[in-house]
Design a protein around this ligand. Structure first.
Ligand code: XIL
Length: 374
């Protein structure tokens, strides 16, 4: 009888406590601490407005932060000799005040790189040697300014096409097939040895890109160049990609001996034609009522679908936690997500774990539930 009463007491304490706990199911960083870092990309507003409401979520839930734009070549160094360092410095200050890992995104990309980088003073095409020197100058300056305080750099972003061929970018036009190896050579020589060097790309579940990335990693290794990890961006949808295709990519990258990072996770809930998947910034469409259906909020049914989708995605990551170092969301709240502007400008998207009022969505509870083995 006594035992029975004690059990009753525990049960009623539990049910009393339950409503208090609702909406605060713990924190992402604590829940996944045994498995991997959980990170967020921060836009320039969150970085520079000290009392920005999303800041409280950042420091509570995340153990790793990335600048969504501030460290890219264009925003950081828009004109020769002109450096905009405040938002990038703010990333370091915030991270160091809260013991968070700092991700450098990104050294070399075909987007958000100023045209002058590829031109000589007369505006003509720059030589191969001059471009390599300019790349080295960028890395040297970043190494001097931030050194080991940036723990990991996305050295090259998006150099491979869906079919596995090399992207025909300005980098490729001038450096050809040497672009990626030269980028890793420069990063390896200029950055401190403790800084991890990553290759990052989208739609890594496509066999063409996946296999080309595996070949590229092995090629870098064969040349004696250091590469520590592969970043799978993870701009995914409610039904896309299939979990087994994402899984095959995680397994294939880890088999080369590097670590896997999920670098830009979000789950688009809005309609997209299949060719709009991935994150090719050149692909855009016009807004219409059909492709922007959730301007007044997410219907319960879709909200639950999103939670279930996030749960299956995190179940995959936990199954491969021995290979994965970090899972970073590309944004903090739905309001700051880049998916409100891509691939269609001006839509109302709902791809993250926190809503526009900075409140946790059912998907947060679902994700934390996965860590707890629920
Ligand atoms: C996005 C930023 O979030 C936007 O603010 C910017 O306008 C465009 O770039 N892949 C990447 C990221 O590697 O750098 C991109 O970030 C999203 C796609």
């Amino acid at each position: 009888m006594m035992r029975h009463l004690a059990l009753l007491a525990v049960l009623s304490a539990g049910s009393l406590a339950a409503p208090l706990l609702r909406g605060t199911p713990g924190t992402l960083k604590e829940a996944f601490a045994p498995h991997f870092h959980v990170g967020a990309a921060l836009n320039t507003e969150i970085l520079t407005v000290a009392d920005h409401p999303a800041r409280a979520l950042v420091t509570r839930h995340f153990s790793s932060i990335t600048a969504a734009n501030a460290m890219k070549w264009g925003p950081f160094n828009p004109e020769p000799g002109v450096y905009v360092t405040e938002p990038a410095d703010a990333l370091l200050t915030l991270a160091e005040a809260h013991g968070m890992q700092v991700i450098g995104h990104t050294l070399f990309w075909h987007q958000q790189t100023p045209r002058w980088v590829f031109q000589d003073v007369q505006g003509g095409p720059i030589s191969r040697e001059a471009l390599l020197e300019r790349m080295r100058e960028r890395v040297r300056l970043l190494a001097k300014r931030y050194g080991e305080r940036v723990h990991l750099w996305d050295v090259v972003n998006e150099a491979i096409e869906d079919d596995g061929s090399l992207r025909k970018s300005a980098w490729h036009r001038i450096l050809g097939a040497d672009f990626v190896p030269e980028a890793f050579r420069i990063a390896g020589e200029e950055l401190p040895a403790s800084v991890q060097l990553i290759y990052n790309d989208y739609s890594m579940f496509l066999p063409g890109r996946r296999d080309a990335v595996v070949t590229m990693v092995r090629d870098l290794q064969a040349r004696g160049l250091r590469i520590d990890g592969v970043g799978m961006q993870g701009h995914w949808g409610l039904d896309f990609p299939r979990i087994e295709d994402a899984e095959a990519a995680i397994v294939a990258f880890a088999a080369t001996g590097v670590r896997v990072h999920i670098t830009e996770l979000d789950v688009d809930v809005l309609p997209r034609s299949p060719d709009m998947f991935g994150a090719d910034l050149n692909k855009r469409a016009q807004i219409s009522p059909e492709n922007n259906p959730y301007t007044d909020g997410l219907p319960t049914e879709i909200q639950e679908k999103l939670a279930r989708r996030y749960a299956e995605i995190f179940a995959l990551f936990v199954r491969h936690a021995d290979k994965i170092d970090r899972v970073t969301f590309w944004g903090v709240t739905d309001g700051d997500s880049w998916l409100n502007g891509f691939p269609v400008r001006g839509r109302t998207n709902h791809p993250l774990l926190f809503d526009r009022a900075n409140q946790p969505k059912p998907a947060l509870e679902a994700v934390i539930g996965v860590a707890a083995g629920k």
